[in-house]
Design a protein. Structure first.
Length: 52
C-alpha cells in the first residue's frame, strides 16, 4: 500500500493530476485513519495538502 501511495503521489508531482488519482489517494488516507495508522489531525493535514 505504501508503494502504491508513493507511486500515486510521484505521479501527481510529475503533473499527472486526475480525479481518479486523488480519489485513490484519499481512499488510502481513509483506510490509514480507520485502522489507527493516522490520527485525525494527520489525516486532515494530508487531505488539505492534497487539495492544494
Amino acid at each position: 500500500m505504501v508503494e502504491r501511495l508513493m507511486l500515486l503521489i510521484s505521479s501527481e508531482d510529475a503533473g499527472n493530476v486526475s480525479t481518479e488519482i486523488n480519489n485513490e489517494i484519499v481512499d488510502m488516507f481513509d483506510h490509514l485513519r480507520s485502522n489507527g495508522s493516522l490520527t485525525t489531525d494527520e489525516y486532515e493535514f494530508l487531505r488539505q495538502d492534497l487539495i492544494q
